[in-house]
Design a protein around this ligand. Structure first.
Ligand SMILES: C[S@@+](CC[C@H](N)C(=O)[O-])C[C@H]1O[C@@H](n2cnc3c(N)ncnc32)[C@H](O)[C@@H]1O
Ligand code: SF4
Length: 387
């Protein structure tokens, strides 16, 4: 099908592969920036946008990273003007990820002027020692200051990212961070348990036995997170995600991240920038995780795609099932069939029975969803659905 005949893709992810310095735990593709490479990246990204713009009509845009807020005003203006020219602006939800050390009023104003209406801020912790331990470049004061700058610029939809089960973090420290984070009254909260990613300094420290990993403590912190967030007026709608606002028929709060909900619901999206993945009309693509190479390819007029695969329908449906189960609402059988053309009850009946038997899931006439206990083991539960 040619792009002009098919419905245009409504979701756009753009990866910005630069950080001021690498955090000890992070395996996202990014590197410490040099001015020249950043300029080259901006030009290459604009080329890549030009190549796909006619197949896009974004309802959601998400600039992630890396640290998108590290780009300077001039670079941002170049990108946003190019998007304007290509008719890519005007999304219902337009998010930019920011590090608290790289937020300024000028940047915030520029973002607002071009329709950015949601900022996701990487906070991780409000404990000075832990921020240091994680290799973060900002202080706790910078978090509060940046938050105020964003509010003053008119942002009414702000997310905070937090991490828990950080080595040496106690429940008391976690509670204090939660108390302060809730007092900030953001509209959205994402909170992840630390993952020990291969090839990160934190992983090496763990392997060297520099600290113990305590699963029970992590569970206690997760329970604390869910109860505090709920008491503060958030609705949990995914394992690690909480938002304010009224619940819709699918039990998703009004201020949930629509861009991520599209991922979990198996929707299409374009992914631009080094290392970005995309999923368009059943074809999954991945760009090169190498910024130099990415730029070279685009300078030569080519997309920078490293791999591209069309998944067999059943495998695709299985992955969609697994992803969607991360959401508290799970899957309505009808919705799953609409998205995948498969009947969850027919193909995965036994697996659902097994999970319900373990107390990890609930099933009624219309829907299948994980219980709070099941959500904690969602990765193991999800595996049953992969074909
Ligand atoms: C791309 S970063 C966010 C924006 C920005 N780069 C920053 O850190 O300020 C996305 C989020 O993923 C989470 N994250 C990254 N690596 C993680 C890990 N190894 N374990 C748990 N959470 C992680 C952090 O909460 C981080 O804020
Ligand atoms: S957590 Fe954010 S700032 Fe830290 S290295 Fe990863 S992408 Fe960069």
């Amino acid at each position: 099908m040619t792009a002009s005949k098919a419905a245009r893709v409504a979701n756009l992810y753009i990866h910005v592969p630069f950080c001021a310095q690498k955090c000890a735990y992070c395996a996202f593709y990014s590197e410490a920036s040099s001015g020249e490479l950043v300029n080259r990246y901006v030009a290459a990204l604009i080329r890549e946008m030009e190549m796909v713009a006619s197949d896009l009509k974004p309802k959601t845009i998400f600039f992630g990273g890396g640290t998108p807020s590290l780009l300077n005003l001039r670079q941002w203006e170049q990108i946003l003007r190019a998007m304007e020219k290509l008719n890519l602006l005007g999304a219902e939800e337009f998010t930019v990820e920011c590090n608290p050390a790289t937020v300024s009023s000028d940047k915030a104003k520029l973002f607002r002027d071009f329709g950015v209406n949601r900022i996701s801020m990487g906070v991780q912790s409000l404990d000075e020692k832990l921020l240091d331990r994680l290799g973060r470049i900002h202080s706790r004061e910078m978090v509060f200051k940046s938050f105020d700058i964003l509010r003053a610029a008119g942002f009414e939809n702000l997310n905070l990212d937090l991490m828990f089960a950080i080595p040496t973090q106690t429940v008391e420290i976690w509670r204090a961070t939660l108390t302060e984070a809730m007092a900030m009254q953001s509209e959205h909260l994402s909170s992840y348990e630390v993952i020990y990613e291969d090839d990160t300094p934190l992983f090496a420290q763990m392997k060297a036995g520099e600290f113990d990993v305590d699963e029970n403590l992590a569970c206690e912190m997760y329970d604390e997170l869910v109860s505090r967030a709920t008491a503060a007026g958030f609705h949990q709608y995914e394992i690690a995600n909480f938002a304010k606002g009224a619940l819709n028929g699918e039990k998703i709060p009004a201020l949930a991240c629509k861009h991520n909900v599209n991922y979990w619901r198996g929707g299409s999206f374009y992914g631009l920038g080094p290392s970005a993945t995309g999923y368009v009309r059943g074809v999954r693509t991945k760009n090169w995780s190498n910024t130099q190479l990415y730029c070279e390819q685009l300078e030569n007029g080519k997309r920078a795609i490293e791999s591209s695969e069309e998944l067999p329908p059943l495998r695709r449906a299985g992955e969609t099932a697994a992803f969607g189960l991360r959401m508290n609402a799970g899957w309505a059988f009808e919705e799953f069939q609409r998205v995948t053309d498969f009947d969850l009850r027919r193909e995965w009946g036994k697996d659902m029975e097994q999970l319900a038997g373990r107390g990890w899931a609930l099933r009624d006439a219309n829907r299948f969803q994980l219980t709070p206990q099941g959500l904690r083991f969602a990765d193991a539960a999800a595996e049953l659905f992969l074909r």
